[in-house]
Design a protein around this ligand. Sequence first.
Ligand code: CA
Length: 229
Amino acid sequence: MSEMQPSVLVVEDEPAQREILTYNLEAEGFRVIGAETGNEALMLIEEERPDVILLDWMLPGTSGIEICRQIKMRPDLRMIPVIIISARSEEIDKVRGLETGADDYVSKPYSILELVARTKAQLRRSRPATVGERLTYADILLDSETHKVFRGEHELKLGPTEFRLLTTFMEKPGRVWSREQLLDRVWGRDIYVDTRTVDVHIGRLRKALSRSGGKDLIRTVRGAGYALG
Ligand code: CA
């Protein structure tokens, strides 16, 4: 399964709640990862780097609030949007939840449709291409809905792999991606592809991007990988 599909980590200790969330989020095209406890959640966040985290406040052991605090203190994780789900509906609890750096707060009982909508709203920031947003960087425009790419006035012809590579770069300009991370994201983690294949497709992407004479915007970071800009 290609990692172009957005992923959401659902941290909820009640199996019935977890199941209903999983069912509804999968129906909306998410890859759902489930965790029952705070410690399991922290491990999965490290391993999977989900695009959005739905976090129940009341968990056995480490609470959702504490997990959120830990995520938001980590420079490499703090950009992942966190939605706190809580049975505590008091305004003061909502404020406490948001003060830990949570991006949104939903109280139980919640409407599943509303929660899915709020999850998508967070995704619009963290993985804009997966919800059909247009991405721009310098003079490049990428329309993820029509799969068209323009540089200035010129439409560029990209192969499917180059299109996914460019989408990945344009969702996070400046981020350095290792070859392994690009393989996971663009080819999918179940497929065996040699890391040199990444270099081949980066070469094709560079060629396509500079065909109209613009400067090379893909940076090779020695010993690390590639970045846009
Ligand atoms: Ca709970």
